[in-house]
Design a protein around this ligand. Structure first.
Ligand code: PMP
Length: 410
């Protein structure tokens, strides 16, 4: 269990996870006992340096990477920016005046921070192409084939979509990208802790991760950089082998290492439990609320994420009513929530503007219990029935969510 105070039913783990007590304890310990600057040559500095090396090794082990491949950053947003700008700049430096690889290729469903960077790069003159997805949110590999030519400096895709949980075909894309002589960056922010992630096995040359999605603190993450991959730093300086300047956030990094260890210890069991709970939730919602559609439901997805449209009802209206009933979920990415903007992910999947405002994302975590899933289903029924006069009323003595699941399965 985590030490954080959560709402009764917290189903927004893709936005962030409560900080683990192990992470808090390790951060406090480092702040009290390893407070020195790891670059200092005196004894306290060298002690802090050892703490940093130990944390780096633990984060690397969790991610299936080598310690030297880990560049600590302030989170996945910075890691994404470093991967993209750093690789484009390196290609420019390597290419000389003529023939430089300049083009950036992304999927159409990247995280809003990366989409914003792409818009910025376009304004600066970098050609950017987006690989489309199909109606289930699956990457169109034929289109990727056509778009990735030998003028490409970098291909960047997320390993799993934060809104729908749909998985991207990283290995196929790596083969395709490498055949054209370009590197692949994978934003694996949502893969860590929700899959058996291994940097070595993805085939990616660069990979972004974030501590707070697995119970570490906010403001810490990493870019994994394959040995030999050219990269120009965003922040120049000696730290992180000249790949990211600035005194290291040692408490945050130690907290991240603690969260990695805790996550690894129960990962296989947690993945299986989350998958069962997700199925219980999907089946319950579909059985109790006719017209409910699981967006990306036919695609391979993360075990913890389900994005549903309740017959096209506006997601914000549903979420407000759910929260009143003690159930916290999200509409699309938390970063773009609060506005009435349709989700760019759902638009890319071919939904119209109205339907693209209807996606309600439930994301499950290691602490989620079956009773909370049942409470969420019951709350959704109570929240949605008044908004959908077309639905048959559920009698108070209606089937339990478990019965409904069985009916749905049959
Ligand atoms: N990429 C993805 C896929 C994400 O889900 C998030 C978090 N919403 C980020 C990047 C940004 O991570 P951070 O909060 O560490 O900057």
């Amino acid at each position: 269990m985590s030490s954080a105070t959560l709402p009764p039913v917290y189903l927004d783990w893709n936005a962030t996870a409560p900080v683990l007590p192990e992470a808090v304890a390790e951060m406090l310990d480092v702040m009290q006992h390893a407070w020195a600057n790891p670059s200092s040559t005196h004894a306290p500095g060298q002690a802090a340096r050892r703490v940093l090396a130990d944390a780096r090794a633990r984060v690397a082990a969790f991610l299936g990477a080598r310690a030297a491949e880990v560049v600590f950053t302030s989170g996945a947003t910075e890691a994404n920016h470093l991967a993209v700008r750093g690789t484009l700049a390196a290609a420019r430096e390597a290419g000389g005046a003529h023939g430089a690889r300049r083009r950036l290729v992304l999927s159409a469903v990247e995280h809003p921070g990366l989409m914003a960077l792409a818009a910025q790069l376009r304004r600066e003159g970098t050609p950017v192409d987006l690989i489309p997805v199909d109606r289930q949110g699956r990457l169109d590999l034929d289109a990727a084939h056509a778009l990735i030519g030998d003028d490409v400096a970098l291909v960047s895709v997320m390993g799993a979509n934060n809104e729908t949980g749909v998985l991207m075909p990283c290995a196929e894309l790596a083969a395709l990208t490498h055949a054209r002589g370009a590197p692949l960056h994978v934003d694996a922010t949502q893969l860590a802790g929700k899959s058996m992630l291994s940097f070595a096995q993805t085939g990616a040359d660069l990979m972004s991760v974030s501590a707070h999605k697995i119970g570490g603190p906010r403001g810490v993450g990493a870019l994994l950089v394959r040995q030999g991959q050219a990269l120009v730093p965003l922040l120049a300086g000696r730290q992180e082998r000249h790949r990211r300047g600035g005194t290291e956030n040692l408490p945050g990094i130690a907290g991240y290492a603690a969260a990695c260890g805790r996550t690894a210890a129960t990962l296989a069991d947690d993945l299986a439990a989350m998958a069962q709970l997700r199925q219980r939730l999907e089946r319950g919602l579909c059985a109790r609320l006719p017209g409910t559609v699981v967006l990306g439901g036919l695609a391979s997805r993360l075990p913890n994420t389900v994005c549903v449209s309740f017959g096209g009802l506006d997601a914000d209206a549903v979420l407000t009513r759910l929260e009143r009933a003690g159930v916290v979920a999200s509409s699309g990415a938390a970063c773009s929530a609060g506005g009435t903007q349709p989700s760019h992910v759902l638009l890319a999947m071919g939904l119209d503007e109205h339907a693209a405002r209807s996606g309600v994302r439930f994301s499950i975590g290691r602490d989620t219990q079956a009773a909370q899933i049942d409470a969420a289903i019951a709350a959704a029924v109570r929240a949605i029935e008044p908004l959908r006069p077309d639905l048959p009323r559920t009698a108070p003595a209606a089937a339990s969510p478990a019965d409904a699941a069985a009916t749905h399965a049959a």
